[in-house]
Design a protein around this ligand. Structure first.
Ligand code: NAP
Length: 251
């Protein structure tokens, strides 16, 4: 139980990679605040299912609703977690969206929605959560970027900019927080099987598979294992890093 007594907040934990991260952290003894957002269609039931799975397995979890684009909502969510469990040790900036199209077809709204959710959302959650970590002189901030933020991708300039922004944000905040014993790292997954990638046409998925030396698509649990390591004491001397987890596609 490497994370016994630690308090964690995972954004976008109702499904996909966030769900796997929440279950993994809880299995290692962490208390987990499972964030979801009340935008239609609501995924409150999915978040409730994640919480119930953790509680059924003997862990501690609670659902916390907040739209991570909204500063007041994020602040209230962080305070809710700190009031319930007295501290916040681990923040996982996982929530994210994509609205893919080529540059010349991209609307201003598609650009703004992706940057606001993926990049501003990570900024807001980090800003409010690190206040608690600074008082504790211990903390872990782990943000889910993407290989697309490292190498770019046609049809995803908004998403790539948001994920590249997370990398630069991570490196900067790591420099600010090092003296407080807070590590700040990013993970750059490749192709992971979730709702986000299930929407891609089969031929695109086959094409991506041909790029992967390990010859399989990633699973949410692959990413969750890496998050758990970065959240642990064992990773205490790692900060400001971007760790790629993509089956070897983009070394
Ligand atoms: P997903 O299955 O589509 O899940 C996205 C999650 O983000 C959902 O829980 C969703 O909540 C939440 N979310 C969206 N907008 C939100 C907002 N405004 N406030 C709070 N939560 C919000 O996606 P995924 O594939 O698991 O991706 C998780 C993260 O990994 C994302 O940042 C994604 O960019 C990144 N990533 C994914 C892949 C991949 O291949 N799948 C690769 C690289 C990086 P609701 O359920 O309430 O809508």
């Amino acid at each position: 139980m490497e994370l016994e007594g630690k308090v964690s907040l995972v954004t976008g934990a109702s499904r996909g990679i966030g769900r796997a991260i929440a279950l993994k952290l809880a299995s290692l003894g962490a208390m987990v605040a499972v964030n979801y957002v009340e935008i239609e269609p609501s995924n409150r039931d999915d978040a409730g299912e994640v919480v119930q799975s953790i509680v059924d397995a003997g862990g501690k979890a609670m659902p916390v609703e907040a739209d991570i684009r909204n500063s007041d909502a994020v602040k209230a969510m962080v305070e809710q977690v700190a009031e319930k469990w007295g501290r916040i040790d681990i923040l996982v900036n996982n929530a994210g969206i994509n609205k893919d199209t080529l540059l010349l077809r991209m609307s201003d709204d598609d650009w703004d929605a992706v940057i606001e959710t993926n990049l501003k959302g990570a900024f807001l959650c980090t800003k409010h959560a690190v206040r608690h970590m600074m008082k504790q002189q211990w903390g872990r901030v782990i943000s889910i970027s993407s290989v697309v933020g490292r190498v770019g991708n046609a049809g995803q300039c908004n998403y790539a900019a948001s994920k590249g922004g997370i990398i630069a944000f991570t490196k900067s905040v790591a420099r600010e927080m090092g003296s407080r014993n807070i590590t700040v790292n990013a993970i750059a997954p490749g192709f992971i099987v979730t709702d986000m990638t299930n929407r891609l046409p089969q031929e695109t998925r086959d094409g991506l598979l041909s790029l992967i030396p390990l010859a399989r698509l990633g699973q949410p649990e692959d990413v969750a294992e890496l998050v758990a390591f970065l959240a642990s004491e064992k990773a205490g001397y790692i900060t400001g890093q971007v760790i790629t987890i993509d089956g070897g596609a983009f070394p």
